[in-house]
Design a protein around this ligand. Structure first.
Ligand SMILES: Cc1ncc(COP(=O)(O)O)c(C=O)c1O
Length: 484
């Protein structure tokens, strides 16, 4: 066992007189506005500090520590976010040119894996929660039906199933039941649990997917825990995944110069839970329930309540569908008038994220602001035109969309394309991804058909001030890439 933590070792080394004739180029001195406190501990692989791509010492110890915390057989540090974990997991679980059954609301990194590995993609569309215009979590029955439908249709056998849980909005699947179903077909289950690095760590949280039989689980430690941006974990369990292949893909998708600052940050986040998890999470839960209870008094704004273990603690979903405002308008009010910056707006809601890192003030300020806004919506001093413009229907239509693919992603994204004014694109196949960011879930992927209705909805999103990626603007006109 290592005596000191990775962070302590880095800090200790920064105080020695070893002169670095090696990378990084800043040589651990202050540079530009970057202080020595930060750059002094930013090293690359040097003797005594182990190697992420062949860990035998302090990094291996840290990964084992993480595995123990999450109940995984083996865990890997990720320094390129969950994105590289998802790329590695899919690449390891599905052969080149294989077939993946995936939730349509997966993050774009899952689509990128399908592109890179020439995969056939089949989609599972979760139920829609109409009152909030969000997808619910997938169920085991939906997964079972999806697998049976593909078999009956004579499609090639599915090599792996990928689901996202919790979703961006916090819906949590019954992963145990889904894992049993998927394993019944003799294939592995990958769970993008990027938003659930806190799951299973305290009594009020749902169990994490390692505890529920998933073969591969990806956690963005930076999203809901106390570590730095880009730091994440990949966990593997059972015998369905070839671990040598998994390691190979981690080597491919991760930097050969991994940041020790990020790795130390994952290690510190894990240790923090080991040492103080119980008190930290208990306080977080108290503050969260305090806020939800107060916000249940809102009459116009609708806050998604707890739902047993099916709604994640920390994802505050505020529906504006009964208010006349768009999500973007509420987001801007919170930002400009209250200096509160939520995670994202969408057409029909605002999502604010809370973690153990929040202070009581954070809970109090959001509660006060939302109660005040709700009162203004009730007395008519605040109103909006989203209903009249039909934008609230847009929010639901976007989820009901059933995209038709003319070409698989891997061939469509490389095919010849042209830029056309949006209103001329109906009936054409998309040449690029179109998604709202956040959350980075593709609405349309290359090769999928664009209908007049889809295009109107995409334009509505843009007009409502949402960040639509994949739409180019020229002289006030929206342009789209379509296949030539
Ligand atoms: C559901 C989901 N999975 C994966 C990712 C990618 O995570 P990262 O930013 O850690 O690469 C995101 C990012 O927002 C996400 O929302």
């Amino acid at each position: 066992m290592e005596r000191v933590t990775l962070y302590e070792k880095l800090a200790e080394y920064s105080r020695t007189d070893y002169y670095p004739y090696h990378m990084p180029g800043h040589k651990r001195h202050a540079a530009g506005g970057m202080p020595e406190d930060v750059l002094g501990i930013d090293i690359t692989e040097i003797g005594g500090f182990d190697n992420l791509h062949q860990p035998e010492g302090i990094i291996l110890e840290g990964q084992k520590r993480a595995a123990k915390l999450y109940g995984a057989e083996e865990s890997f540090y990720l320094v390129n976010g969950s994105s590289c974990g998802i790329l590695s997991a899919i690449s390891a679980a599905v052969p080149m040119g294989g077939h993946i059954l995936m939730a349509r609301n997966c993050h774009k990194s899952a689509y990128h894996a399908a592109y890179l590995r020439n995969l056939k993609q089949s989609f599972l569309y979760p139920q829609i929660m109409d009152e909030y215009a969000i997808y619910d979590a997938l169920t085991a029955d939906q997964v079972k039906e999806g697998l049976e439908r593909l078999k009956e249709a004579g499609e090639p056998p599915v090599d792996a199933v990928l689901i996202v849980s919790p979703t961006y909005e916090g819906r949590i699947a019954d992963v145990k039941a889904i894992a049993e179903t998927v394993h019944g077909w003799g294939i592995p289950l990958i769970v993008d649990e990027a938003h659930g690095a806190h799951l299973g760590l305290a009594e009020h949280f749902a169990p994490n997917s390692c505890m529920q039989g998933a073969d591969l689980v990806i956690h963005s430690v930076h999203k809901t825990m106390l570590s730095m941006t880009q730091s994440a974990l990949l966990h593997v369990n059972g015998g369905r995944i070839d671990r040598a292949r998994l390691r190979r893909f981690l080597k491919i998708y991760q930097s050969t110069s991994p940041s020790y600052v990020l790795m130390a940050s994952i290690d510190e986040a894990v240790r923090q839970v080991e040492k103080h998890g119980k008190e930290m999470f208990a306080e977080f839960y108290r503050n969260w329930m305090w806020m939800l209870e107060r916000l249940s008094a809102c009459k116009k704004l609708k806050v998604l309540p707890m739902d047993g273990m099916r709604q994640d603690i920390g994802k505050l979903v505020i529906s504006v569908l009964d208010t006349g405002l768009t999500g973007k308008e509420l987001f801007d009010i919170l930002l400009e008038q209250y200096h509160l910056r939520p995670e994202m707006p969408s057409m029909g809601l605002v999502l604010a994220m809370f973690t153990v890192g929040d202070t009581q003030e954070g809970f109090q300020r959001m509660t006060d602001a939302l109660l005040e806004i709700d009162a203004k919506l009730c007395d008519g001093s605040l109103s909006g035109e989203a209903k009249e413009r039909g934008w609230q229907d847009t929010a639901k239509r976007l989820l009901r969309m059933r995209q038709t693919s003319r070409l698989p992603l891997w061939s469509a994204w490389d095919a010849e394309s042209e830029l056309l004014p949006l209103e001329e694109c109906a009936g054409r196949a998309a040449g690029d991804f179109i998604n709202l960011y956040p959350p980075g879930v593709p609405i349309i992927m290359p090769g999928e058909e664009l209908t007049a209705e889809n295009l109107t909805d995409i334009l509505h999103c843009r007009q409502a001030g949402l960040n639509v990626q994949g739409l180019a603007m020229s002289e006030g006109k929206a342009l789209l890439k379509v296949l030539a």
